[in-house]
Design a protein around this ligand. Structure first.
Ligand SMILES: [Zn+2]
Length: 353
C-alpha cells in the first residue's frame, strides 16, 4: 500500500522503533511533530503571568539550537566540516533550506540571495513563526561562516516576509555554544506499517497533510498547524526560559498544553463522560507517530492512573494533554506528576482527586 505524503519525506526522515523520528542518514538527530500554536500560547502566558518579555530568550535559544544542528552536520555528511568553507558548498547548504523548509512545515522559501560575509536575504511565505525562523536562519549562517550576524524582518504582505541578515557590527558577540547531551534511547518495539513506495508509516499520511506549495503541515483531525522540530530546538527554548525565569515556566508549559487540549477537545473526539482509559490509551499509542516516544503501560485504580513512557519528549507537553483530557472527561481538574526512575523512562501519575 502506498501513501500520499511528499516523496522527499521518506528520503530524509525515518519513523523509528524507539518511538522517535530520526534522519535517514545520521544517527543522533531526533525530531518530533509539534503544534505550532503551543509557542504563542506559552509565550503569551509567560509574558502575562511573569510580567517579563521573553522574545529575546526565545530568539537566542533558536539561534543556539540552529548552530548546534549545523555543528552536528559533519556527523551526517562526512567531510562537511572542512567543505563548508567553500562558497559553492555554503550556497548549497543555504539552498537546502528551500527543499527542507516545506517538509518541516516551516513555510515556503520563495527566493534566496546569499553573499557570504556580506548579506543574506530570503523571502518567506507562511512561516510557522517568523521570529523563530529568522533566528534559526541567522544561527545557521553564523555557524557556516563563524562570524556573528544580525537579522531584520520586513513584512511584505499577508503571511509574507523578507528576512535580511548582515554581519553584526559587534564582532565579539558570538553566540554562546550550546551544550546538549542527547539522551540515551531505549530500544523500542514500535512497528508501524510502512508505505511500500516511500517507507513512511501509512498512519502518517492518515494523520497529517503536507502542502509543499504553501510550506505547511496540518493535523487532519484538528486542522491545527504543525511543524517538525529538532529536539534541541524545543528543549533549548524551554530550558533557557527556565534558566532566566525560574521553574515556574515549566508549569506554564503544562498549562499551555491543557489550554490547547481544551480548545480542540471536540475535534480530538473527547467529551464529558467518555472512558478515561480509552481516551488515554488511544492518545498514548499515537505518540510514536509524532516522534514523542513509546507508550509502555498504563494501570488505573480508584485514586490514580499510572502511565509509563519510554524515550519521552518534553515531559510537560504530555502532562498537559493528560491533564486536559481528564478535565474534559471528569469535569474537574487533577494533579499530574512525573518522575524518571531511569534514563529514558518517565512515569506519570494522574491523581483522580
Ligand atoms: Zn508513501
Amino acid at each position: 500500500m502506498t501513501c500520499g505524503t511528499p516523496k522527499t519525506l521518506g528520503e530524509f526522515f525515518r519513523w523509528r522503533e524507539e518511538g522517535i523520528i530520526g534522519l535517514r542518514f545520521g544517527k543522533s538527530a531526533r525530531l518530533a511533530i509539534i503544534e505550532v500554536g503551543i509557542y504563542d500560547s506559552l509565550f503569551e502566558k509567560v509574558e502575562r503571568i511573569m510580567g517579563k518579555p521573553v522574545k529575546h530568550i526565545i530568539l537566542e535559544s533558536q539561534k543556539k539550537a540552529a548552530i548546534k544542528m549545523f555543528e552536528d552536520l559533519p556527523e551526517i555528511v562526512p567531510g562537511y566540516g572542512s567543505l563548508k568553507n567553500f562558497n559553492p558548498v555554503r550556497q548549497l547548504t543555504v539552498r537546502f533550506y528551500k527543499i527542507i523548509a516545506p517538509l518541516l512545515g516551516l513555510g515556503q522559501f520563495e527566493s534566496i540571495e546569499y553573499h557570504p560575509g556580506k548579506l543574506g536575504r530570503v523571502k518567506i511565505i507562511n512561516p510557522h513563526n517568523i521570529d523563530m525562523l529568522s533566528a534559526s536562519i541567522t544561527g545557521a549562517i553564523e555557524c557556516l561562516e563563524g562570524i556573528p550576524y544580525d537579522s531584520g524582518i520586513e513584512v511584505l504582505g499577508e503571511n509574507k516576509y523578507l528576512v535580511t541578515i548582515t554581519p553584526s557590527a559587534n564582532k565579539n558577540e558570538a553566540t554562546e555554544r550550546l551544550e546538549f547531551n542527547f539522551p540515551r534511547l531505549i530500544p523500542g518495539k514500535t512497528k508501524l506499517a510502512n508505505c511500500t513506495r516511500c517507507g513512511v508509516p501509512l498512519v502518517v499520511s492518515e494523520r497529517f497533510k503536507w502542502d509543499i506549495e504553501k510550506g505547511t503541515l496540518i493535523d487532519k483531525r484538528t486542522g491545527a498547524r504543525l511543524h517538525i522540530a529538532t529536539i534541541e530546538l524545543l528543549t533549548t527554548v524551554f530550558r533557557e526560559l527556565a534558566v532566566e525565569l525560574g521553574n515556574e515556566v515549566n508549569d506554564l508549559l503544562v498549562e499551555a498544553q491543557v489550554d490547547w487540549t481544551l480548545k480542540y477537545r471536540g475535534l480530538l473526539g473527547i467529551s464529558e463522560g467518555a472512558n478515561l482509559e480509552d481516551i488515554y490509551s488511544e492518545y498514548l499509542r499515537d505518540l510514536p507517530v509524532y516522534g514523542r516516544g513509546n507508550f509502555v503501560s498504563m494501570t488505573t485504580d480508584d485514586s490514580k492512573t499510572t502511565i509509563v513512557v519510554e524515550n519521552p519528549f518534553q515531559p510537560e507537553l504530555l502532562a498537559g494533554s493528560l491533564k486536559g483530557f481528564f478535565q474534559v472527561i471528569k469535569r474537574k481538574s487533577c494533579e499530574v506528576t512525573w518522575e524518571s526512575p531511569s534514563e529514558g523512562v518517565l512515569v506519570y501519575t494522574v491523581e483522580h482527586g
